[in-house]
Design a protein around this ligand. Structure first.
Ligand code: MRU
Length: 326
């Protein structure tokens, strides 16, 4: 199975991140030397996607240990870099469990746990792909939003995992990638990685989704998640909520794919999650004219559980969140 270049490389104490801001024009890896630079790379979207920022934070903690930094402070800096995806604080907390055990070989123990988190995410994605492949029917149209692909994890991603599996089995289908304003993760990243894998992909502007549904071009929607709350609400890239509402209106099944590292049992419902507001410059710099009114740039939104047809995890496909996480 042909997959995307690795978004994160760790080799013997060296952390390299594929600079996703420059894709698809340039494939450049940046070397990250300390936890502060790891936090900055998460914040400025050098690395993005819920599992990928969790993995990066885990390796950031190893870099902090190598430098003999205060690991609680490093953890706090990393956690603050982006507030919405639970994978980030989950991964830092997993590393702090090791710190609290005070092992004599602290750096080695932390490195082992960070590599474990990294390999764990890859393995969960493989199982998501196996369980979800049957959702991709021959000659169907599949809609996805943002990038929940290999770049957001490594290898085959979450929402794209069923696509890679179905494609490797010779199923022919068409993916519609919503461009995902303002950072264009759909047009720049999802379209690029699926096209490179030989999967038939068409980019649409964000507002074209309901129209294509009305024309009968979309049979199923699959998205990823930054956080799934205890009641099964989905927090994902801005535009996911309106996509799910459009799916419900048109009778199109709406699935969310996520590894268990994205489940947050401590938060009762999606509306309790802090939604990251990003700089207005992300919206305005792509406009061909100056804009002289306030601009808001919420990066995520909440899709209520009643709009979710099924939860696809490493354990299988489930109709309710309770079944998915038991
Ligand atoms: O702002 P981003 O690009 O980090 O947002 C990413 C998403 O919303 C993804 O859908 C989500 O993190 C799942 S990635 C497997």
């Amino acid at each position: 199975m042909k997959t995307t270049p690795q978004s994160i490389r760790w080799d013997n104490g060296t952390l390299e991140l594929l600079d996703q801001r420059q894709l698809p024009t340039s494939e450049i890896y940046l070397t990250i030397k300390d936890p502060e630079s790891a936090a900055e790379a998460i914040k400025n979207l050098t690395v993005r996607g819920a599992p990928a920022i969790g993995i990066t934070a885990a390796f950031g903690m190893v870099l902090a240990a190598i430098r003999k930094d205060d690991l609680y402070l490093a953890g706090a800096i990393l956690k603050k870099s982006r507030p919405t995806a639970i994978n980030l604080s989950w991964a830092v907390d997993e590393m702090l469990v090791i710190v609290n055990q005070k092992p004599s070989d602290l750096v080695e123990s932390l490195e082992k746990r960070a590599v474990g988190i990294y390999l764990g995410e890859i393995s969960m994605c493989k199982n998501i792909g196996k369980h979800g492949a049957a959702l991709i029917q021959p000659d169907s149209g599949v809609l996805t939003h943002c990038n929940a692909g290999g770049l957001a994890v490594t290898e085959i991603g979450t929402a794209t995992a069923p696509l890679y599996h179905a494609h490797s089995k010779g199923v022919s289908f068409r993916v519609f990638a919503k461009e995902t304003r303002p950072v264009l993760q759909g047009a720049r990243l999802t379209a690029w990685e699926l096209n490179a894998a030989g999967i038939d992909v068409t980019v649409i502007c964000d507002s074209a989704d309901a129209h294509l549904m009305a024309l009968g071009h979309i049979d199923i929607a699959i998205v990823g998640a930054d956080r799934v709350t205890a009641n099964g609400d989905i927090v994902n890239k801005i535009g996911t909520r309106s996509l799910a509402i459009a799916c419900a209106y048109h009778g199109i099944p709406f699935y969310v794919a996520f590894p268990s590292s994205t489940y947050d049992p401590q938060t009762a419902q999606g509306l309790d999650v802090k939604i990251e507001e990003r700089p207005s410059s992300e919206v305005t710099t792509s406009l061909p004219f100056p804009i002289d009114v306030p601009v808001r740039n919420p990066a995520f939104d909440v899709t209520p559980n009643e709009l979710v047809t099924g939860y696809l995890t490493e354990h299988g496909l489930f109709e309710s969140i309770d079944e998915a996480v038991k």
